[in-house]
Structure formats: C-alpha cells, structure tokens
Design a protein around this ligand. Sequence first.
Ligand code: IVH
Length: 677
Amino acid sequence: MPSPAVVQEIDSLRERLDSWNYQYYVLDQPTVPDAEYDRCLRRLVELEREYPALLRPDSPTQRVGAAPLERFRQVTHEVPMLSLDNAFNEQDMLDFNRRLQDRLGDGEAPLEFACEPKLDGIAVSLLYRGGVLERAATRGDGSTGEDITHNVRTIPSVPLRLRGEGYPQVLEVRGEIYLPRAGFEQINARARAQGEKMFVNPRNAAAGSLRQLDARITATRPLEMCCYGVGLVSGGDLPAQHSAVLARLQQWGLRINAESLVVQGIEACDEYYQRLAARRDALPYDIDGIVFKVNDLALQQRLGFVSRAPRWAIARKFPAQEEMTRLLDVEFQVGRTGAITPVARLEPVFVGGVTVSNATLHNSDEIERLGVRLGDVVVVRRAGDVIPQVVSVVLERRPPDARPIVFPASCPVCASPLERAEDEAVVRCMGGLVCAAQQKAAIRHFASRRAMDIEGLGDKLVEQLVDEGLVANVAGLYHLQREQLLALERLGEKSADKLLAALERSKHTTLPRFIFALGIREVGEATALALARHFGSWEALAGASEEQLLAVSDVGPVVADHLRQFFDSPSSLAVVAQLREVGVSWPDLELAGAADLPLAGQIWVVTGKLEQLGRDDATAQLQALGARVAGSVSARTTCVVAGPGAGSKLGKAVELGIEVIDEGALLALLARHGMAP
Ligand code: IVH
C-alpha cells in the first residue's frame, strides 16, 4: 500500500507538470527550465512504476505508450463537422454581410464578428467526458471520421484532463492540429539526413504524422493544436458569444489562437484581413485565409446552415502559395563560381501573388529526389519573397511522353569538364574564367551596386561586351574605349559617356567594397568588411597566412581556404595588379580594437525580410559594431532581428526566450551608435 506521503507527492507532481504544460503550450509563457520539468517527469514515472495502482490515464506520463494499432476505428460525429464557404475578395465579404442582415432582418446596425486565422492543418474533434480526454477523431467526411486518440494524446498542447472547473460533463472541442513551420523544417531536415521521404508542406506533414498507427512516431513530430469551436455539449452551459466560449476553453487548458479578435462591422473585417495578410509570412505557422464568424451564438442559431456549411461564417482565402503547372524545359545555368543550377521553365502560373515561369530545381540530387521529368505536371510553391520552388510531381498526370532530365556531361557554356566535390551537392564547371558564363557573372558581380557600383553596366551590356570579345575580365572594363562602346548595337553616345564616367568614378572605392567585388568564393559583403577591418590594407590581407585569416571573426576553414587559393593564383593576382595599374584605389582602414566595440562579444542572428536595410547591410553594420552574426539560433544568441517571413529561427528564439527585435528597433540601435541606414 502506498503511504499518504507517496500519494501526495504523486498528486503534487502531476499538478505541477500539468500547470507547466499549460503555461508553456497554451499560454506560450514558459515558467521553469526544461531540466526541472524533466526531473519532475522522471520522478513521477519512477513512482508510478513502483505503485502501478496509482497510475491514471490522464497522468502527464501517459502521453505515449499505447501499443501500435492494427487499423483506425471509425467514429461517428453526433454533431456533424461542417466546412466553410469561401470568399475571395472584398465584394464576396460585402455579399456575405448583406445575406446576414437580410436574413436576420434586424436593421443595418453593424454585426459583431469574431476574426480568426484559418490554420492550414487537420480538423480534429476532442471529446472530454467529466473533464478527461476520452476520444480524438479526424473530421473525415464530416459525419464519420477516424479515431486518432492514441496520436493526439502525444500532443503537448492537448490537455489530457481539463483544468479548473465549470466545464460541461460532455464537451466536444474542435480545432486544427498543425505543424509550425519550424517543426516542419526540423522533421524534413531529419528525414533528409536519414535519406527518408520528405514532406511537401507543413499540412501534409501534419496529416502524415496523425495518420500513424504507432503513436511513438507521432510523438516525435512537434504538432500543435489550436481550438476554434465546440461540437457536442451536454451537462453544463457555455457563454453566449463565440469569443467568450473560446476564452473559457483557454481557461480549461485548451490552446486558442492569439491573433483572434472581435470587431464591429464588415469593414473592420477587411481591415483585420489586410493586417494579417501583411504579416502572413512572419507568422510561425501557415495560414490560408481568415475565418469570420458572427459572434453572437443566438444569432448563429437563427442563421443556421445550408447543406455542409454554416450561414454565420465565411473563410476569406489568401492568394494560393501553391499551384500546379507544367514543366516545359530545364535549363542549366552557370553561376559566378561555376556552379551549375538546373532551372525549371514552366508554363506561366499565378501563384503567391505573381506570375511565375521559372523555378529553381537546386541540383541533380533534388531532381532525383523529386523524380521529375520533362512534361510533368508539377506543384510550384512561392511563399513570401522566397524564390519559387518545385515541390512535387503530380504523378497521376504524367504524360506518356514525359522524358527524363539529363544533366549535362560538360559545361553547357564552355564545354569544360564538370566536377562534383565530395560531400557537396553542387556540380561545377572547371573552366574558371575561360568560361564565358563565369566571366559574365564575375563582371556583373564586380559592377553591382554593393561592390564597385558601376552604374549603367547592366546585364545586357555585360553580355555584349563578353560576347564581342571586348572584355574578358574585370580589369578589361577599364580599358574600354569610347569608339568600341559606340560600335555596340543599341548603345548611344549618351549612355557610352555615362558608362565611362561611372567607370572612372568607381576607381575611388573602399577596401571592403574592393575585396567583395573580387567575388572570392564564400566572401560576401560581411566577410569582406571583417577582413578589411582586421587587416587594414590589401597588402596585409594578401600576405596573411591561413592561421592569420582564421583569426578574423567571420572566417572559418572553408573561407580561409578560398582566400588562400585566390592569393596563390597568379592569374587572380594579375587581375588585381591590372586594376591597381589603371588607378583603382582605396584608403587603408584604421585597425579597430575589436574588444572596444559596443557589441563586442555578442552573437546576433538576422532572419526574415528587412525592408529598409536588407539583411546583408544589417549583418555588415552589426559586425562593424563588433557583433558576431550567426546563421542559426542557439542558447548563446544575444538577440534575433526578425523581419516578415522569419520562420524557424524566430520560432527557436521564442522557444529559447531570446530577445527578438524588429527592423525599426535595429535601426534605432544602429543610429544610437552612429551608423546610418
Ligand atoms: S470553423 C462550422 N475556424 O477550415 C465551422 N475552421 O474550410 C467549421 N479551419 O474544416 C470550422 N481554422 O479545418 C473554423 N478558425 C477556424 C479555422 C477553421 C481552420 C479549417 C477547419 C475546417 C476548414 C473549413
């Protein structure tokens, strides 16, 4: 027999663990360190093992453990799970409002609406009896779904037992189970590392995770649940407004969406829609629209349903981020470093708010992973500012004459051999500056705004200059004659003079710009700045040993290696000598005492889109103030700058309780330290 002390300890452990879960998963406010949570959970497991008679199904230890099922049991929804009518524009919303007011006949006073993001996940029903989770089921066809209780029990934001009191004896809660973007990236990274099949998007990953017979697999997927309504209710009462019902659910331990808002009138619904649309890419989860519901439950009752959807609610959809189109061709582009990138040429399709006719296929591994062929119907995704991606192939629609994609055996531009470095997915042309594609890319980069800033030297002109044999490397630009330019097609006197003046101006540059302009592999703007600040002069940099290079904050072994290769290459040094000969020059820099800088010793991460500054600039300026700018968030991160579109890094920062600031706050901080935007 367990002593009263043991019973009390078990009770107290369960109470604490439940409460921490609630704080963490439902309120988003972690209260104790993970280690303390783990200690208590371990202790509870230990006690329950010793006293099995005290084990209860709603104990926080009982989230995983059920044996794998043979198949899913069918579940009948006593109250059918409905779907929603869609609206695609403001007019559809006005029509919706008109229908409501006409049907209610209560006059023209603005109606009250509850606005909620439409999460892109899987609709689920949770049945609580006496406050204990009895059953979880999918929506299925609305009247019959599948019993997924064993899987749903593994989701930390789903309470196994309701908190507090006053809940109805039978309470069916409905909501969406979804994977936050960070979780999606995490499980795909894991799948990639283990050579397993990757998921196409967070929704598919959530569905796949819930459709597991073995709950131990589901338990490894960081799923979350957000509740948006109730189904069957008996033996108790609920408040009279939808928003108040949700607030009550939250008190009972269920997670609701933090963006939910009650507004008056249909115009305010439009404002809410616009506000959230602007933040869509910055949210930590995918949403495909906004749901608007008449808030008063008595009015909902009067409005009723038409076939499968309520009259009192509507989903205003965002423009789709995924569409289907046909893969017409694949072109192989040669980049500045010789990297060969397969680019999909697509039948133009409107997706993510723009017309897309090209998408990246990354590399040959990706083509293989997708199993894509020429002529296939493919799913294209464009989210935020990310370049469009081919995410999957619609196999059912493969035409009989679909042809395999053949990776070229030699460089498609200069016919030099290709090489694939060990442990790299990239195939490169070995032609170096013999390759016209690499010549052009190197010149374009050299002339770009953030490098030598040669105005008037656009892509078309670079093409012409290289194709006509007028320029073969960046030094050649400074030997261009006015007559040569005038002989080019479509280049007038004015443009020629402007270009020559811009070339002349560009000779007065800075050391960081010059280093960056050379296009040394892996040496971006931020690294160039760090190198310039560290060495102060070109001579000191070019003469630095590998060890000395590694002493620079931003430089690791790979970068050091590329730098040494550059400085050991006679042809590269010859180009630099030619540039200096024609008068390219810069002042040396004063060496900064790194430890004196205001952000010395701090680690920053920049993620998402920065509207004013751009990520590269932000990085360079933070580094100039002494911060190290890292590519991933860890417990050692000092601060994260997050703009729209921030994904997993933002999620991780929030999870770790690291300070997150937006671009405005960064600009203010930079300004305080005398940096200009
Ligand atoms: S209410 C009777 N609210 O959208 C109303 N649904 O197209 C039924 N969904 O099956 C649903 N977020 O999976 C509602 N805040 C939200 C929602 C939401 C996502 C999904 C749900 C439903 C589908 C209907």
